[in-house]
Design a binder for this molecule. Structure first.
Ligand code: URA
Length: 434
């Protein structure tokens, strides 16, 4: 096989065979194909696309390029939840204990934050003592013992995807549906799941800004799932504003615990219920949405979901006294109100800017080695369609970095578009595709 012939085929809009795709992935991973030829092929795929069979073959080739976690000794049913990311997205921390409290096993690996989006692993680490770096044996044992474990991955999952993603970033080829779909799905398949629910975020705080493209991406991922024997359901959710009312690690844990106690922001509630319902239906534990909804309500109201979270925190070395008494979380040195530039109605929030402000304050990282300040973040006081006056804060900054305050205030003020008109607010859950 010859990489030049493969590039020429895709350049001329022809279909690649499974063997050609596997050849490219294995030879590129092992360094036998240089970046310039890989870049040419990726650009040809970007311009000419891939059909469903090719996309599924690319997914499996990337999934098979590294370790594949085998969780079959834990359960036949391994459901994973993935979010395409956003600002203030603490849904995993609320959703997964709910699912585990219903007796559905949860073995979930989560990433760390980078750039304007946060990561579940960092958020969990803001609970003193919580260890996200368990060995795979400990991870599996915890799922067997208490039905849930949330860790970060120490495995070399889908390394070909990492290499191709980095290359795409440098050649303007990130926003291609087959490339995004295969990238996400390869990692989910490598992490051992057989049923996958994807929270596909869409809007100013997500990498998919456009709902039509997001729906095509969702259908592509569902199609890959069908081709490779995994059930995939996508919930398209609105990321036109931060999720809930907090952005930043410890602040989001506090909001998540309050949510598990039944005190949920409306958008958090809608997203959590919607994803939980899809997971319950996939697990076969309920026949219809109504009964799945009742099951979720019951585990929250009975306190079973919160108990499961406490059990998880304890099992992974965390200090549960912080969960029982949220005031134990120490506040940072500076808590500063942010006032709007003008009064009126909030018609838009440039959510990515809010994420960037949280990074300035210390809550996130610009590169993967940067240290995070768990106490830093933003409390959102006003959201879309709230009416504001100049003397009422739109947000509060939490930080230990005095010299970042002015810049963060400006970034937050600039992210709020305030006019004298009301806008029609999009629903939180936009569409379910399966
Ligand atoms: N997220 C991924 O994991 N891959 C992409 O290509 C885009 C977003």
């Amino acid at each position: 096989m010859n990489i030049v012939n493969i590039i020429e085929k895709k350049r001329d809009k022809k279909e690649l065979t499974k063997e050609e795709i596997e050849y490219f992935i294995s030879e590129y991973s092992s360094g036998n194909i240089p970046d310039y030829q890989a870049a040419a092929l990726i650009m040809a795929i970007y311009l000419n696309g891939m059909n469903r069979r090719e996309t599924a073959d690319l997914t499996m080739a990337m999934a098979n390029s590294g370790e594949i976690l085998d969780l079959s000794d834990v359960s036949d049913l391994i459901i994973d939840k993935h979010s395409t990311g956003g600002v203030g997205d603490k849904i995993t921390i609320i959703l997964m204990p709910i699912i585990a409290a219903l007796g559905i096993p949860v073995a979930k690996m989560s990433g760390r934050g980078l750039g304007f989006t946060g990561g579940t692993a960092d958020k969990l680490e803001s609970i003193p003592g919580y260890n996200v770096d368990l060995s795979i044996d400990e991870f599996k044992q915890n799922v067997k013992d208490i039905g849930i474990s949330l860790i970060t991955s120490s495995l070399n999952l889908a390394p070909a995807d990492k290499k191709i993603y980095a290359l795409r970033d440098t050649i303007g080829c990130v926003s291609s549906i087959p490339l995004i779909a295969s990238s996400i799905m390869s990692k989910k398949i490598a992490s051992g799941s057989n049923k996958i629910v994807i929270d596909l975020t869409c809007g100013s705080g997500a990498f998919m800004k456009n709902i039509v493209k997001a729906a095509i991406l969702a259908r592509t991922m569902v199609g890959i799932g069908k081709s490779v024997g995994r059930e995939v359901r996508c919930v398209l959710t609105n990321m036109d504003e931060p999720v809930g009312y907090s952005v930043g690690n410890q602040l989001e844990i506090i909001e998540a615990v309050k949510a598990l106690k039944g005190d949920m922001a409306k958008d958090v509630e809608e997203i959590t219920y919607s994803l939980a319902i899809q997971i319950i239906l996939m697990s076969g534990k309920a026949k219809d949405e109504q009964s799945a909804h009742e099951m979720v309500k019951d585990v929250i109201e009975s306190g079973k979901a919160l108990d499961k979270f406490r059990e998880l925190v304890k099992k992974q070395g965390g200090d549960i006294s912080y969960i029982d008494d949220l005031s134990k979380f120490e506040e940072p040195k500076y808590i500063v109100p942010v006032f709007p530039k003008r009064g009126g109605n909030i018609v838009k929030i440039k959510t990515e800017k809010i994420g960037r402000a949280s990074v300035l304050l210390g809550a996130g990282r610009n590169n993967k080695d940067e240290k995070i300040d768990f106490q830093a973040g933003i409390i959102i006081n006003k959201k879309i369609n709230d009416i504001v006056k100049k003397d009422i804060p739109i947000a509060y900054i939490y930080t230990n970095r005095e010299n970042s305050i002015d810049e963060a205030i400006k970034e937050i003020q600039d992210s709020y578009v305030i006019l004298n008109i009301k806008r029609i607010k999009r629903r939180t859950v936009l569409q379910i595709i399966n």
